[in-house]
Design a protein around this ligand. Structure first.
Ligand SMILES: [Cu+2]
Length: 211
């Protein structure tokens, strides 16, 4: 009688611990799912001035989008990475900062503006091809990171990693979940095996000395 009470208590205790660990797995997974998707930019855009991972400007649903030429310290496009629908007219507008700039396609649809430092100068291109990842640059400052990207419609995406270096963080979370998951499985198994053997072979040493 006493023995069975002890076994029940031990079983419930282990089950509760295992449930706690399982809960931790659930919340870690929920945190990871919280991120947004952004276009899977090539390195050319990832290294663009004024761009940080996860900071794509989602302008889908608009017929027109404006990008500043000569933003930040003067050698950047702003926003440097935009996501638009097919048929969107993108207008680049010069700030007059940072010297003479132009807008010239790198990959994707082809276009090229003149080089100028005139504030208020504009250049336009309408992106027609759905699913295309377009990249562009300022030719005088391409070597200094004056790059930009225009993702159009249904492009390949990746998990946005706002404010964090991409890969190490992702791996860190996966490793954590991995170990917590193994821990939970081990605890449940040990609990079940312990209960089974104690019930089958009787007499746990802890059950002695009861009244
Ligand atoms: Cu430039």
């Amino acid at each position: 009688m006493k023995r069975r009470e002890f076994i029940t208590a031990a079983g419930v205790g282990s089950a509760a611990t295992a449930a706690g660990a399982t809960g931790a797995v659930g919340s870690a997974a929920a945190q990871e799912e919280g991120g947004d998707e952004e276009p899977d930019w090539p390195e050319f855009v990832d290294e663009a001035n004024e761009y940080s991972s996860g900071e794509t400007e989602d302008l889908r649903g608009q017929e027109e989008a404006t990008v500043e030429v000569g933003a930040g310290d003067g050698l950047a496009f702003a926003p440097p990475a935009i996501w638009v629908d097919a048929g969107t007219n993108v207008i680049w507008e010069w700030t007059g900062e940072g010297g003479g700039h132009n807008v010239a396609s790198e990959e994707g649809e082809e276009y090229s503006s003149e080089v100028t430092d005139e504030a208020g100068f504009t250049f336009e291109h309408t992106f027609e091809e759905d699913g295309q990842m377009n990249t562009y640059k300022c030719e005088p400052h391409a070597g200094q990171g004056m790059h930009g990207g225009v993702a159009v419609g249904e492009v390949e995406t990746r998990e946005a990693q706002t404010g964090v270096a991409t890969d190490p963080h992702e791996m860190g979370i996966q490793v954590q979940e991995h170990w917590v998951g193994i821990g939970a499985v081990l605890m449940v198994s040990v609990s079940l095996v312990f209960t089974f053997f104690t019930l089958k072979y009787g007499e746990s040493p802890h059950a002695k000395g009861g009244d």
